[in-house]
Write a protein that binds this ligand. Structure first.
Ligand SMILES: [Fe+2]
Length: 312
């Protein structure tokens, strides 16, 4: 239950309640209808607001505590550690260094998390999934995050399908495990929402669609804003039919050649994966597909290894 209107916005909120409809109040304060209702009810009970609430509240939790990112940020997704692609990740850090971007958002699927996935139970040693326990995955994830924290001041993680194994209770338990395992490695913010906001952009780990760009355009139209989508492992920038919004497939940072289902059994209708990442800088989007970027131009005079810690 969200409870009371925060003191620092109380005066403004009371004034807004007199002139704005509930939908505008939701937009302005970034809160759900039920949270706004609870704010109004508490102010009514304090005799600060004349509003007849009429019906008693149910007292259920409202989900409006999603992550919000301010300023410039690098966006990567679908690392699926331990299958992560260190070349693409290295370029992402290098571009961040070059342009002084100190925040990193991981759009879900940080860990492959196969130990509690459906396929691992049947893989019988055909890939790395059975050799990585849950503890091994958390350890491997910690190592990669530590490497990323050598440059970034803040790292955010939203939920992908690989963080969403099994029942809700298992999912929340896994989030608690990540929180505990990685609490001391830096300013890491883990959100159990499958989406977050970065300025005018929404960054998500949506459902899968085969046609490149299609889920991002659909989501942009539904959410009425520009959307960056993880999960498809495709890479694209397109625009909604009304020409108002950008729709991005984020690419991926994993290694298809390490996956049995994608290579040995790779005869399905799904598109090939395209590795890469994105930068949001001064509100503009820049895409960096690993195999299609002129790195000599973007990273002129930069050393990818930063001159230390070779050979890992
Ligand atoms: Fe995914």
């Amino acid at each position: 239950m969200a409870g009371r209107c925060p003191k620092e916005v109380e005066e403004e909120f009371i004034a807004d309640c007199r002139v704005l409809p509930v939908t505008d109040l939701c937009d302005k304060y970034g809160k759900a209808r039920s949270t706004i209702a609870e704010w109004r009810l508490s102010l009514y009970n304090d005799r600060k607001l004349f509003w007849y609430p009429g019906i008693r509240v149910g007292g259920c939790q409202a989900y409006d505590e999603y992550m919000e990112i301010e300023g410039d940020v690098m966006v990567i997704s679908d690392l699926e550690i331990p299958y992560h692609d260190i070349v693409t990740l290295g370029y992402a850090v290098a571009v961040a260094k070059k342009f002084g971007v100190k925040k990193l958002l991981i759009g879900g699927d940080l860990l492959a998390n196969d130990a509690i996935g459906y396929h691992a139970m049947r893989s019988d040693g055909t890939d790395a999934s059975t050799s990585f326990s849950l503890a091994d995955s958390l350890d491997a994830g910690k190592g990669v995050l530590q490497d990323l924290f050598e440059h970034f001041d803040w790292i955010g993680l939203i939920k992908g399908n690989h963080e969403q194994r099994g029942t809700r209770i298992r999912e929340l338990g896994f989030f608690e495990m990540m929180q505990n395992a990685w609490e001391d490695i830096g300013d890491l913010e883990i959100s159990y929402y499958k989406w977050c906001r970065a300025g005018q952009y929404r960054i998500e780990h949506p459902t899968y669609r085969k046609v490149p760009g299609s889920i991002a355009r659909e989501r942009a139209e539904i959410e009425d804003c520009s959307v960056l989508c993880a999960h498809t492992h495709g890479f694209s920038l397109s625009f909604t039919k009304n020409g108002k919004y950008q729709a991005v497939d984020l690419g991926h940072c994993t290694l298809p050649e390490t996956r049995y289902y994608k290579t040995v059994d790779g005869t399905g209708p799904h598109p090939q994966w395209v590795a890469g990442f994105w930068m949001i800088r001064n509100g503009f989007l820049y895409g960096f597909p690993t195999e299609f970027t002129d790195w000599g131009f973007w990273l002129k005079e930069m050393r990818l290894d930063g001159g230390k810690k070779k050979g890992r």
